[in-house]
Design a binder for this molecule. Structure first.
Ligand code: KIV
Length: 271
């Protein structure tokens, strides 16, 4: 007996790897609390991310930079209690992985206290050293490239990345670097669909897209976008799945179905 929760059979990294090889496409969402996480799990979502987007959609900030490790750990532990099957990934927030010792302490907290299977961090360059260090200590890492919200001030806003030839080439190299450093998964945010398709083909790890077109190994949406409750202008890549369904469960189920059948994202959601 290896578990005190016999109903708890989460997907593991080998399952995600298998899905890259033989499908179906991975359907992923963000969640921040137990009840919505349980509905996502029930709807057949494969991976739930406790994103630092919680700074915007839950806490009402203009960006993700104010999110703390205490908040991430708290919301991750709430989500963990709602899941039975979906793999749980939690974001390391801004400055929580600024050097290897800090990353060790914070990533271990998300796994031990927050119940995460994997932690996500943004960028390549110096971040590759952190990825390699965490993976060498048995903490699986999801990388995040393209539009990296923690770099909002350097990027000058939330813009599509990799549009010109040089930027596209850099993104392809960064993707290769984070994979070589040991990342087990890559989130690609807001990049042209053709570039995302190339990177997905070139990598051996699963690539999860958001605003990255239909040819990734998986798709992820922020739950508040999926339910049409994000205040302000809806991003082009999102879709309100609650409109036309009747409940949160029906909306998430419709999203999972749309991702698996390839009807979402369409050209109108891509760049
Ligand atoms: O924080 C978040 O919700 C994310 C997703 C947009 C992928 O990183």
């Amino acid at each position: 007996m290896y578990s005190d929760r016999p109903d708890f059979r989460p997907l593991g990294l080998p399952d995600l790897q298998q899905r890259k090889r033989s499908g179906p496409v991975l359907a992923c969402v963000t969640a921040y609390e137990a009840s919505i996480a349980a509905r996502a799990d029930e709807a057949g979502v494969d991976l739930v991310l406790v994103g630092d987007s919680l700074g915007m959609v839950v806490q009402g900030h203009a960006n993700t930079l104010a999110v703390t490790m205490d908040a991430m750990t708290y919301h991750s532990s709430c989500v963990a209690r709602g899941l039975r099957r979906a793999l749980l990934v939690a974001d390391l927030p801004f400055m929580a992985y600024r050097d290897v010792p800090t990353a060790f302490a914070n990533a271990a907290r998300l796994v031990a206290e927050g119940g995460a299977t994997m932690v996500k961090l943004e960028g390549a360059d110096w971040v590759c050293e952190v990825i390699a260090a965490l993976v060498s200590r048995e903490i699986p890492v999801c990388a995040h490239l393209g539009l990296t919200p923690q770099s909002v001030h350097r990027l000058g806003g939330y813009r599509v990345q990799g549009r010109d030839e040089a930027a596209a080439q850099r993104l392809r190299e960064d993707a290769r670097r984070v994979q070589d450093a040991g990342a087990g998964l890559l989130v690609l945010e807001c990049v042209p669909a053709a570039l995302a398709a190339t990177i997905t083909r070139e990598l051996s790890i699963p690539v999860i897209g958001i605003g990255a077109g239909p040819h990734c190994d998986g798709q992820i949406l922020v739950m508040h976008d999926l339910l049409g409750i994000t205040p302000g202008k809806r991003p082009r890549f999102s879709k309100d799945f609650l409109a036309g369904t009747g409940s949160v469960l029906a909306a998430i189920t419709a999203y999972v179905e749309a991702v698996r059948t390839g009807s979402f994202p369409g050209a109108e959601h891509s760049y």
